[in-house]
Design a binder for this molecule. Structure first.
Ligand code: NAD
Length: 484
């Protein structure tokens, strides 16, 4: 299989290249080898992409929801048919194990296209009766050209989670993948064309933050949806505000996972593993502050370390591997600095912590015990396989500590006390909460953060409100009276 893309960008229904743009090497995280190269979009490429999206939008919006939906659902079918090929590409792009990408990436993208494709035909307004037979009706209209900007941890999923609701509502999109993972979104663009999307409906341009900023600042753009870090979110939100644009901000987190001493131990350990080490810890909603009640703390830590010792690090293309490398040398260095900081500030390294010798950006799953709330590793998003174990005594105390953060993406609780579970999640300041499970994100359920973790929701019917606008129409049936 060849991983090098046909060309850097996808504009107006076909691949486009402009070698004048700065070269960006595509590096396979498992070996550190350069497996391809794209060029950052020049201003001409950005202009072509935006002009194409602008041109295509009225006709795309004028199609019925049934017609648009059929194209999206066809794209979902193509993705499912090519799941293995797309999963291998996702593995080359991100380094995530094939065992994982086969079930969590292209499949999740297909789910989004299928779900929003199904909803497209039923996006309707309301009829509101008024006195004397007058009435008001509302229609739901597309916003226009939307910009999607992605992070590197889920390049296929992020492209689809943004494209599917945007396109279902009659918008067109220019999508900029992360410069670290430029491959997968191009395939989604290609597949949408194959499924029947007219040229310009979904365009992809490559580049760093400057290309993202050029898209966000363009007056033709009505909406910006970003998946990225909080600092980038602040910049993009501010730029969008200057143009009074709609935004969806899917940002970072430092989520709490609370384990009470009546929890089923192995379920809680499974939750902590899913919430810290899946995708080598590079998941925004991870529950990286694991608060464990004192009575269960020793047993929890022992069982966690025992199970981590069975993790299989190695070649991500080997389907037996279940723990891959970090996405890049740069991200690995950031995480290593946090590990050093944890040790320096007095946390006790209970498991892992070392880079694997050999090529690639492999870091062992890492557990810190004895972590306190003030430590850097308990306050900042690390975005790597580093779990911080904190102890607590009682419910009231742990809720206060769990909420003492600027982030609010997710939160979880493990307990067999039914009423306590619901009482605790009701008070967690988080957009998504889990009871006796962790890190699920099915397309039918809203996903997004509160506080600094974001604005708006992706997935579910909620996303429709973020990609469309309601127009209100007043109709008089009995003539018009005026004072003079
Ligand atoms: N909440 C979610 O759904 C979610 C999902 C995945 C990742 N994330 C977050 O993403 C972060 C990791 O990803 P990352 O390192 O790629 O994030 P990042 O913020 O560095 O970059 C995100 C994207 O924004 C672009 N960008 C950077 N500066 C910009 C600017 N000024 N204007 C426009 N675009 C700009 C980048 O090129 C990239 O495509 C973590 O914080 C993680 O929590 C959040």
């Amino acid at each position: 299989m060849t991983t090098a893309p046909t060309a850097s960008h996808y504009i107006d229904g076909s691949y486009a290249e402009d070698a004048a743009g700065t070269a960006i090497d595509i590096i396979y995280p498992a070996t550190g080898e350069i497996i391809g190269r794209v060029h950052s979009a020049t201003p001409e490429m950005v202009e072509r992409a935006l002009a194409s999206a602008r041109r295509a939008q009225p006709e795309w919006a004028a199609m019925t929801g049934m017609e648009r939906g059929r194209i999206l659902r066809r794209a979902a079918d193509i993705i499912r048919d090519r799941n293995r090929e797309l999963s291998i590409l996702e593995t080359y792009d991100t380094g995530k194990p094939l065992q994982e990408t086969l079930v969590a990436d292209a499949t999740s993208g297909a789910d989004a296209l299928e779900y929003f494709g199904g909803l497209a035909a039923s996006l309707a307004g309301e009829y509101i009766p008024q006195p004397g037979g007058d009435f008001v009706y509302t229609i739901r209209q597309a916003l226009g050209v939307c910009v999607g900007i992605g992070a590197w941890n889920y390049p296929t999923q992020i492209a689809c989670w943004k494209a599917a609701p945007a396109l279902a509502c009659g918008n067109t999109m220019v999508f900029k993948p992360s410069e670290t993972t430029p491959l997968c979104a191009l395939k989604i663009a290609e597949i949408l064309t194959e499924a029947g999307a007219p040229p310009g409906v979904f365009n992809v341009v490559q580049g760093l933050g400057d290309v993202g900023a050029a898209l966000v600042n363009d007056p033709r753009v009505a909406k910006v949806s970003l998946t990225g870090s909080v600092p980038t979110g602040r910049k993009v939100y501010a730029a969008a505000a200057a143009g009074m644009k709609h935004v969806t901000m899917e940002l970072g987190g430092k989520s709490p996972l609370i384990v009470f001493d009546d929890a089923t131990l192995d379920d809680a350990v499974s939750g902590a593993i899913l919430g810290n080490f899946y995708s080598s810890g590079q998941v925004c909603s991870n529950g990286t502050r694991v608060f464990v009640q004192k009575g269960i703390r020793d047993a929890f830590l022992a069982r966690l370390c025992e199970r981590l010792s069975t993790a299989k690090l190695g070649d991500p293309l080997d389907e037996a591997t279940n723990f891959g490398p970090m996405v890049s040398e740069a991200q690995l260095s950031i995480v290593k600095r946090y590990i050093a900081k944890g040790i320096e500030e007095g946390a006790s390294l209970a498991y892992g912590g070392k880079r694997q010798p050999g090529p690639g950006f492999f870091l062992e799953p890492t557990v810190f015990a004895g972590v306190t709330d003030e430590m850097t590793i308990a306050r900042e998003e690390i975005f790597g396989p580093v779990l911080s174990l904190l102890e607590f005594d009682d419910e009231e105390e742990v809720i206060g500590r769990a909420n003492a953060t600027e982030f609010g993406l997710a939160g979880g609780v493990f307990t067999n006390d039914l009423t306590r579970a619901h009482r605790v999640v009701a008070r967690l300041e988080a957009g998504t909460c889990y009871i006796n499970t962790y890190n699920l994100a099915p397309v039918e359920a809203p996903f997004g953060g509160v506080k600094a973790s974001g604005v708006g929701r992706e997935n579910s019917k909620e996303a429709i409100a973020h990609y469309s606008e309601v127009k209100t129409i007043h109709v008089a049936m009995n003539g018009v009276e005026a004072p003079f």
